[in-house]
Design a protein around this ligand. Structure first.
Ligand code: PLP
Length: 356
């Protein structure tokens, strides 16, 4: 039975936040570290210790062949001072699904959950209490075997880092312009599009860079096979509101099964909307815009929660919504989700895991 070891751990009460919290640049005092070694019987004890640089062989497998997976979730300081994590077991389950696909050994979800709650509790004063702020939690697993040669590792490191973050849109909940690309694809049938694995994000940088240059904040990818159906945006799942339906691409294996996506589907169904997970042709969206059947477009993901979409451009064709005001449904969903996360409303779905 593995243990949680506290290595020189001290609950830090006097936390100094930088003036401006740039996403993912500030880290808390501690990390969780857990090593895997097939010769020692698998996963070892989890150690909560100081956040500091780690030492790896230059030959560590991960640097050469990219065997690496990660997760992203958040802890919130609620309005009554309690600390809450949003559906964390969903993230650990997804981490294990990514692990299986990347030939990485699975973790014991119950044990890691216990260790994660200890870690967040120790660094709890690092959770900013300002509106829209939270603690971003980043679990990551990668192969460390010191050898050059393509194979699945026998040794891995699992880390959980914590990073206090401000609101994703510091200027308020503003809609974003998105560019549809048919020059690049994100994932292919039988590939690893449904995994949060490092290489997917390295592969997305060029499309993202080109979109930024043209004044767009992100790229919407189409399916690789037909270049006809919408898939997802950089790190967000897509939702399309038509007059009598809300549609989102089905989980075909090429898109990331977002936990915000899953939660939004549940809320919308609960509100009585007709929600369908299905193939959505890009053409349907542009046709809907022209004949008045398209109401709103938005994306979902942990970092921004909901991103309202102001503009969608494909070649010479454009859809334009207000660039000042977010759509009505997106705004309503953003409020519903964040009200649950910050404890401003009853958590009737039972999504929050409260620490104290
Ligand atoms: C993480 C991620 C999402 C959103 O998932 P959430 O669980 O809602 O944060 C969507 N698409 C991609 C490619 C992602 O990496």
């Amino acid at each position: 039975m593995n243990k949680i070891i506290f290595d020189n751990v001290k609950h830090e009460k006097k936390v100094e936040f930088p003036e401006e919290l740039i996403f993912g640049k500030t880290f808390t005092t501690h990390v969780l570290e857990m090593d895997y070694d097939s010769e020692k019987g698998g996963w070892q004890d989890a150690v909560i210790k100081k956040h500091e640089n780690i030492s790896l062989s230059p030959a560590a497998l991960v640097f050469h062949y990219g065997q690496s997976i990660f997760e992203g979730l958040k802890a919130y300081k609620q309005i009554d001072g309690k600390i809450s994590l949003f559906r964390p077991s969903k993230n650990l389950e997804r981490l294990n699904r990514s692990a299986v696909k990347m030939c990485i050994p699975e973790i014991d979800i119950d044990f890691v959950m216990k260790a994660l709650l200890e870690l967040v509790s120790i660094d709890r004063d690092w959770i900013p209490s300002k509106p829209g702020h939270s603690l971003y939690i980043r679990p990551v697993v990668f192969a460390t075997d010191p050898m050059v040669g393509v194979k699945a590792g026998e040794k891995y490191k699992f880390l959980i880092l914590l990073s206090p973050v401000g609101p994703y849109y510091p200027g308020g909940f503003k809609p974003v312009p998105i560019m549809v690309t048919d020059k690049y694809v994100r994932a292919v049938r039988g590939g690893v599009g449904e995994c949060k694995t490092a290489g997917n994000y390295a592969a997305s940088l060029m499309a993202q860079r080109e979109a930024k240059k043209l004044g767009f904040s992100q790229v919407l990818y189409l399916d690789a096979l037909h270049q006809k159906y919408i898939e997802e945006v950089g790190t967000m799942n897509m939702f399309v509101q038509f007059k009598d339906e809300i549609a989102t691409p089905r989980l075909s294996g090429t898109i990331l099964p977002g936990i915000t996506r899953m939660s939004v589907i549940e809320i919308l169904k609960n509100w009585g909307y007709n929600v369908n997970e299905r193939d959505i042709e890009l053409k349907e969206i542009f046709d809907g815009y022209n004949d008045g059947n398209l109401v709103e477009l938005f994306g979902t993901g942990t970092a921004a929660v909901i991103s309202s979409i102001s503009k969608l451009k494909y070649g010479e064709t454009e859809i334009n919504f207000s660039s000042e005001h977010a759509g009505e449904l997106g705004t309503k969903l953003y409020k519903a989700l964040t009200d649950i996360q910050y404890g401003k409303t009853e958590d009737k779905y039972g999504w929050n895991v409260i620490i104290k």
